[in-house]
Design a protein around this ligand. Structure first.
Ligand code: AMP
Ligand code: MG
Length: 927
């Protein structure tokens, strides 16, 4: 006798081992009153005699599994325990129950149904019955209890077996199923499933609390679920209006919640179906239950009504094609298989309309529940929601895999389900993605509590004023160190002031741009200060950049004048922009006053600088930063770092990267010294006596590799790229550094927006910390709704650091800088970073990567999309994909897969990257 398809799958699973009690179907009941033990035993024996399934065992014969059926008189395997004399009867009962739940079944030798009768007192018993799923299902349990009631009642009265004989047995069904599967009906059903499930996502990527184990672990736990009368009534009414059953309505809500949690708009949910479509099998005990994989399409922002329509269509389709065993569906759809999760779906929704579990009724006995819960809950799926109607309410449970989820998380999600259903019932015209998941408490936690970063700062001050105040306090202190040369605050200030007065005479003032194309040195620093003091905004034009890029930035920023030097003049001299050589023998401003110019009309909302960053189109955009933006950053720096830390701050970053803002201004606003070098790698050539290094992780790696991090360094700031754990460990292991700060932020919100400081004793923090002062972070989904803790969304940044926008690019500005919907402050804006992140339960932020097609190497953004576009322009290239892989910190491999044109990839990369990359970034090889 062959096995049914479902049995075959379970048989295989059991052969693979490790299932434990996952497929046990237990029931327990308390019997109060006078029990006729003999009638009970006869009734149980009779049930086993009636149902071949309960006498079945499985054997491997010539490589194939077979059913073997024992004679009808084998009897029911009932163990009896007498606890009447035991003082510890309760404890003993508990351990008997636990033992019963766990004791394995032997599929080869049986029995596959067993029971225990525990006598607690003459009129008090507990009956435990356990079947293996391979011979039964939930419906079967209903058949069993019903027959048990009828037989017990009859035998107790001395009457004969009242039950009609069974027409067919399970093995007949299994054989029929095998034949049927060859047929035409089956082909049609199979087509339906391959059509509807083809291309479905392999995994519903729920945000788990723990990483998914390589092999599914069946340990589970269970929570009760109850929807009150009001909600149940609302859902019924909603269903009436849209022609959906409660099952469909609940499934729609559950799918919507799962979609939001996973960020997927294509969600497959399993649903059991009784599999008893033919009348002859209704009264049988056996494994009939089948599983339907219902795929719910959440794409294109359906309203509640539209989603109900979609779910209705899908569930009707599924039910119409439910005869084909799930095992066959899996085989035909052939999804990618993994031992770490079930095929096709990982979340179950069971609506128990199809079990006919009327409960056990035994004449003369009061049948009740047994107090103690079963010892182990088994989780066959990531999540299983089991609901049924109980009077005017909907009740049930949710079972979750404890290897993946914490109880609090699942409790929270149940709250989301309830809120989702409430809002669906309340308003069917709204788009489902706009319905709020979070409770008021959670919402205020992520929107306000975790953004409670208000701190006073001199919002009216300008960047250079902070420095001018230091000049007054400590004129003789060292402000700048460069190649052994020291400049005091007074000297630097005087030098900048003379130039500033001259710039004023050239028409520089508020919001007027001034280019800076200078070698790194005191003149560059004085130039930057002079521009600010004259009321203007500086535009860094790093002479290391390719000529084409410099030309672009010059044309785009349209500076009134460019500060440069003789050596570099020809790099910036074109299109009629006046240039000023700062290294001229007799500068025009030599005799200008050395006092602060004090520009009357300058306010902190005027521009301080313009830093170019390549946006998602690849055409660099000038980020326009106002004084007040940068002043807040410095306010944060002033409280986050001690005097000793900033005392001698390495200034190694190009002015064209906004890390330079911190390195130059944080020390100068504090009376400390900026230690200027060409770049971080310059430390390899000549060590510097610095206390703080602020750079990108890849540069830090290079310094460690060369053992070139000065021993005077106490604090390391790392920013601009994801910070690898190994790097932090190396820093603490190989140097005397006391604090490592991971700082995160795009140029558009003024250098740093979140951060975390790690002390040696703390070790690595796997996150980017919390919002800095006067900064607000929102993590939102596609519809702009705040996502729950743990769920990935786009990181939006609001607060004092938000830039004015992109210079001369109103459209882009409007797209990326939008109104802050959550701060409640009139006119507040946020910047949409395009970064993916999620909240951790403690309010820190985990950075997950870019949403778009972009990589960053040494702080420099490279647009893969643009490289692809260039490749496609090449005559020989028909198709291409460009991927980026970080081989090691500071070492990124771009791989271009090109169809057509053997050498085109290398050619285009060489030509394109050659023009794009700053000079210090040397491609290792074009292969
Ligand atoms: P930019 O505007 O060039 O400074 O680039 C900002 C982008 O760099 C951010 O949007 C992030 O994608 C990435 N980024 C900056 N800092 C960090 C950090 N600490 N960890 C991970 N990524 C970062
Ligand atoms: Mg940055």
């Amino acid at each position: 006798l062959p096995l049914s398809f479902a049995q075959t799958r379970l048989w295989f699973l059991e052969q693979m081992g490790g299932l434990g009690s996952t497929y046990h179907i237990p029931t327990s009941m308390r019997l109060r009153g006078e029990l006729d033990r003999d009638a009970l035993v006869r009734a149980l024996d009779r049930i086993v005699a009636r149902h071949e399934a309960l006498r079945t065992t499985f054997a491997q014969v010539d490589g194939a599994a077979e059913q073997q059926i024992a004679p009808a008189d084998v009897g029911f395997h009932l163990a009896e325990h007498d606890l009447r004399e035991r003082a510890d009867a309760d404890a003993e009962l508990g351990s008997i129950m636990a033992e019963e739940a766990r004791a394995p079944f032997d599929l080869e030798h049986g029995p596959l149904i067993r029971g225990r009768l525990i006598r607690l007192a003459a009129d008090d018993h507990v009956l435990l019955l356990t079947m293996h799923h391979i011979v039964s299902d939930g419906w079967s349990m209903g058949v069993l209890t019903q027959e048990l009631g009828a037989l017990y009642g009859a035998f107790r009265r001395g009457a004969p077996d009242p039950l009609p004989a069974l027409e067919v047995q399970y093995a007949d069904f299994a054989a029929w199923q095998r034949r049927w599967v060859e047929g035409e009906v089956l082909r049609e059903q199979a087509d339906y499933w391959t059509r509807t499930l083809g291309g479905a996502p392999e995994l519903l990527a729920l945000p788990t609390d723990h990483p998914r184990p390589a092999r599914t672990d069946h340990a589970g736990a269970m929570l009760r679920v109850e929807l009150d009368e009001e909600l149940t009534g609302g859902l019924k009414a909603l269903g009436r209006r849209h022609g959906t059953t409660l099952y469909m309505t609940l499934l729609a809500g559950w799918a919507a919640v799962l979609g939001r949690l996973s960020g997927q708009d294509d969600v497959v949910i399993g649903s059991p179906t009784a599999g008893r479509g033919r009348r002859e099998v209704e009264g049988l005990i056996g494994f009939f239950v089948n599983t339907l994989a219902v795929r719910v399409d959440l794409a294109d922002g359906p309203t509640v009504a539209e989603l109900l329509g979609r779910v209705k269509e899908r569930t009707l389709g599924a039910q119409h094609h439910q005869d084909i065993p799930f095992e066959q569906v899996v085989e035909r759809v052939a999804p990618a298989r993994s031992l770490s999760h079930g095929p096709l779906f990982q979340v179950m929704f069971a609506w128990q309309e199809m079990t006919r579990d009327g409960g056990l009724a035994l004449p003369g006995l009061e049948v009740g529940r047994v107090g103690a819960a079963p010892a182990d809950v088994q989780a066959k799926f990531d999540l299983s929601l089991n609901l049924r109607q109980a009077g005017d309410r909907i009740v049930g449970s949710i079972t979750y895999a404890t290897s993946l989820f914490e109880r609090e998380t699942v409790e929270r999600w149940l709250g989301y389900l309830r809120r989702m259903l409430e809002q669906m019932a309340a308003d069917e015209g709204r788009p489902v993605e706009r319905l709020a998941l979070l409770s008021a408490d959670e919402r205020s936690r992520v929107l306000d509590e975790w953004n409670g970063t208000d701190a006073p700062y001199p919002a009216d001050a300008c960047l250079h004023e902070l420095i001018e105040r230091q000049v007054e306090r400590t004129p003789e202190a060292t402000a700048l160190v460069f190649e052994g040369e020291l400049l005091t605050y007074a000297e630097l200030n005087a030098r900048a002031n003379r130039l500033a007065h001259h710039l004023r005479s050239l028409g520089v003032g508020p919001d007027v741009r001034v280019g800076i194309c200078l070698d790194r040195g005191p003149a560059m620093v004085a130039g930057v200060l002079a521009v600010l003091k004259a009321g203007g905004a500086y535009v860094p034009l790093d002479p290391g950049y390719p000529a084409e890029r410099l030309a672009y930035m010059l044309a785009d920023s349209a500076p009134a004048v460019v500060l440069t030097q003789a050596r570099l003049r020809d790099r910036v001299e074109h299109a009629g922009v006046p240039v000023l050589e700062l290294d001229a023998d007799v500068p025009a401003w030599a005799s200008m006053p050395s006092t602060n110019p004090g520009v009357e009309e300058l306010r902190s909302h005027h521009l301080a600088y313009l830093i170019y960053t390549s946006g998602s189109t690849g055409r660099p955009k000038g980020v326009a930063i106002e004084h007040r933006n940068a002043v807040n950053l410095l306010g944060w720096a002033g409280s986050a770092f001690g005097d000793g830390e900033l005392e001698r701050t390495l200034f190694s970053t190009s002015l064209n990267f906004d890390l330079s803002i911190f390195e130059l201004f944080a020390p100068l606003a504090r009376g400390a010294a900026a230690w200027l070098v060409d770049d971080a790698v310059a430390l390899l050539r000549s060590p510097a006596d610095v206390t703080l290094v602020n750079t990108v992780p890849s540069a830090m790696c290079a310094l460690l590799d060369a053992g070139a991090l000065p021993s005077s360094v106490r604090t390391v700031n790392l920013a601009g790229e994801p910070l690898p754990e190994s790097l932090v460990q190396r820093i603490f292991a190989e140097t005397g550094v006391e604090r490592v700060c991971n700082l995160y932020g795009p140029s558009e919100t003024t250098t740093y927006s979140t951060g975390v400081a790690m002390r040696r004793a703390d070790g690595f923090a796997p996150h980017i910390g919390t919002p800095l002062q006067n900064t607000r972070v929102y993590i939102v989904d596609r519809a702009g709704e705040p996502v729950p803790v743990g769920v990935a969304g786009e990181l939006h940044i609001g607060g004092a650091g938000v830039a004015r926008g992109y210079l001369g690019r109103a459209e882009f500005t409007a797209e990326r800088f939008v109104a802050d919907a959550f701060s409640g402050q009139a006119g507040a804006r946020i910047y949409r970073t395009g970064d993916l992140a999620r909240w951790r339960p403690d309010g820190t932020i985990e950075y997950l990567g870019r949403m778009d097609h972009q990589v960053k190497v040494r702080g420099f953004r490279i647009e893969l999309g643009e490289i692809e576009a260039r490749l496609r322009e090449h005559a020989a290239v028909r198709e291409c994909v460009v991927l980026a892989r970080q081989d090691a910190p500071g070492q990124t491999r771009l791989v271009a897969y090109v169809v057509g044109g053997e050498t085109a990839g290398a050619e285009v990369l060489r030509a394109h990257l050659g023009q794009t990359l700053p000079e210090h970034m040397v491609p290792a090889a074009y292969v």
